[in-house]
Design a protein around this ligand. Structure first.
Ligand code: B1M
Length: 216
């Protein structure tokens, strides 16, 4: 039953039916499915199919927008569930996260931020299309020990390098670790721009963040 329900949620995301996505997620929560299983087994699967269909020319921008909206509504239901499973008095670390300048892709970044919060991090989510200076000033104000930079476009990836350079210039690079991610971002790219780590997905981002703050 749970496999069928997860497949049904993924299909509703692909079909662009946010009401059905939300209803399916509610049903899955009520059935006792773990939030992470719903995210990984249905929402990420559905968004991946949407991406493939867009890449092959079967889907167009409006399809992406409707599916992204369904994903966002589903995540709003799952975030409190994730947080409720993790109650930490002292944050594991303080992270400033955002999607870099010129890039409005929100879902992956928000998923990483939600997972970090659910795992005990204090998360300052700056949103999307974040100017370089906004990262720098929030790191300073929050006394963050980690920065997370998301980029989904090959044309915006260099924004990650710009933030690292700006942190160095501001004299903050010694106090913060930098992790990068997003579909076009690779380990080689992360090494090349002087980031401290790269994560392929939200689950490995939590592992990486935990290791990085332990070193800081
Ligand atoms: Co756009 N888009 N998009 N898009 N979009 C992509 C990224 C694209 C690959 C689609 C394609 O052509 N196949 C392509 C980029 C090509 C490239 O540069 N290599 C593309 C393009 C071209 C564009 C526009 C230029 C289209 C246009 O206008 N002609 C435009 C750009 C706008 C801009 O940013 N300036 C655009 C717009 C949009 C929408 C607004 C319609 C919408 C975003 C809505 C929103 O976010 N609110 C959208 C969407 C939905 C996508 C796809 C289909 C799905 C992205 C997504 O949400 N995936 C995407 C295709 C794809 O990726 N296959 C595509 C689900 C999400 C869970 O995965 O974001 O990869 P992802 O995040 C993962 C990992 O990457 C990682 O963990 C996450 C969770 O597992 N991760 C991190 C992400 N950030 C991390 C940070 C970390 C660590 C891990 O540490 C800090």
């Amino acid at each position: 039953m749970s496999t069928a329900l997860l497949a049904q949620i993924a299909a509703s995301l692909v079909e662009g039916d946010p009401d059905a996505t939300v209803a399916g997620v509610r049903e899955a929560i009520a059935a006792g499915l773990e939030p992470l299983a719903i995210i990984d087994g249905a929402l990420v699967v559905g968004m991946r199919t949407v991406g493939d269909k867009y890449a092959s020319g079967e889907f167009f921008l409006p399809n992406l927008i409707v599916s992204a909206n369904g994903m966002k509504q589903a995540m709003a239901l799952l975030e409190p569930e994730l947080k409720a499973r993790r109650q930490s008095l002292k944050p594991v670390g303080t992270v400033v996260i955002g999607t870099v300048r010129g890039d409005i892709h929100e879902i992956g970044k928000s998923l990483v931020g939600t997972m970090l919060a659910a795992n005990g991090f204090e998360v300052h989510d700056l949103g999307v299309d974040v100017p370089v200076d906004a990262f720098v000033s929030r790191v300073r104000e929050a006394g963050a020990n980690l920065v997370g930079l998301s980029a989904l476009l090959t044309t915006t990836m260099h924004g990650q390098k710009d933030v690292i350079e700006a942190l160095t210039k501001a004299g903050l690079r010694g106090q913060v670790k930098v992790m990068v991610g997003g579909a076009p971002v690779s380990r080689a790219w992360a090494d090349g721009i002087g980031a401290d780590g790269w994560a392929q997905d939200a689950v490995s981002a939590v592992d990486l963040a935990t290791r990085l703050v332990a070193q800081s």
